[in-house]
Design a protein around this ligand. Structure first.
Ligand SMILES: *[C@@H]1O[C@H](CO)[C@@H](O)[C@H](O)[C@H]1NC(C)=O
Length: 270
């Protein structure tokens, strides 16, 4: 009996006296491995990444307030942050995105954008992050294809990869995923737009402009539940623009500068 009381007492005091108050060493190690493949010569943002608690004043890092797991990485090359004003410059960073980032398994938002010099591929293991809602790697020099698996993530809602050097085809998985904000503009994405739109396709924004897409706009696009802002301009698309209820609000600019698209809102097909 005494032992039982003692055990319960221990269990209670353990949970009360052991609040999590710092970043777990495994998250800290993953961040340092992530940093090791990056080079940021102008601002010195990584000088703040010292000490054992990565939740405490590490530039661009936010942790969950209860679990102290790393929740957000927010590194933008353009910012109002005083660190930029002090250095009198915009950001420039080279290097690559280390797969070590995938060990930060509670990540909810990853923004590593507008550094102009980050190269290499998008690590496919990013799709194993179960809580990731936002992935913004725009305005860098990333190459290689978009991993198919990004379209199968359970909560990813925003995918911005615009302004990189991404090639390969547009993964069909992105078309009927949970993603509702998709900007892939200004890359080198080729091939057809997959003909797999269905009622799960709900886009507040789908910008595929300035790529190398060819073929026609797939008929299935009419079965998407909604596409608020669509931009297919500056590609090599051809043929009749399908009709859809929500196409009514789209303007010619969404379709201009293609090889031979026709029909409303462009001029009638002959
Ligand atoms: C998509 O990204 C491009 C290139 O960075 C940008 O110019 C454009 O405004 C973005 N599209 C929308 C609709 O926000």
């Amino acid at each position: 009996m005494n032992t039982l009381v003692w055990l319960i007492g221990m269990a209670i005091s353990f949970s009360v006296t052991m609040p999590v108050n710092a970043c777990p060493p495994s998250d800290r190690a993953a961040l340092l491995a992530f940093k090791a493949s990056l080079h940021e010569p102008n601002l010195g943002i990584f000088k703040s990444w010292t000490g054992t608690d990565c939740c405490n004043k590490w530039y661009g890092i936010t942790c969950d307030s209860l679990t102290k797991r790393v929740a957000d990485i927010n590194l933008r090359g353009e910012s109002e942050d005083p660190i930029f004003q002090k250095a009198h410059r915009t950001g420039y960073m080279t290097g690559s995105i280390s797969p070590a980032i995938c060990k930060l398994e509670r990540l909810s938002s990853v923004i590593i954008a507008d550094w102009k010099g980050i190269s290499g591929i998008i690590p496919p293991c990013i799709s194993s992050l179960p809580s990731l809602r936002i992935l913004d790697l725009s305005l860098n020099r990333l190459t290689g294809p978009i991993p198919d698996s990004l379209g199968k993530m359970s909560v990813l809602g925003t995918l911005n990869l615009d302004g990189n050097l991404i090639s390969g085809k547009l993964p069909a998985t992105l078309i009927n995923s949970r993603i509702s904000i998709l900007n892939l503009s200004r890359n080198a994405i080729e091939g057809n737009i997959p003909d797999v739109f269905d009622s799960r396709s709900y886009f507040m924004l789908m910008d595929l402009s300035y790529n190398k897409l060819k073929g026609s706009i797939p008929k299935s696009i009419s079965s998407a539940s909604f596409i608020g802002h669509l931009d297919l301009s500056h590609n090599h698309l051809c043929g009749a623009i399908p009709a859809a209820e929500w196409f009514e609000h789209l303007e010619a600019t969404s379709f201009m500068y293609n090889d031979c698209l026709c029909g409303k809102p462009l001029k009638a097909c002959s």
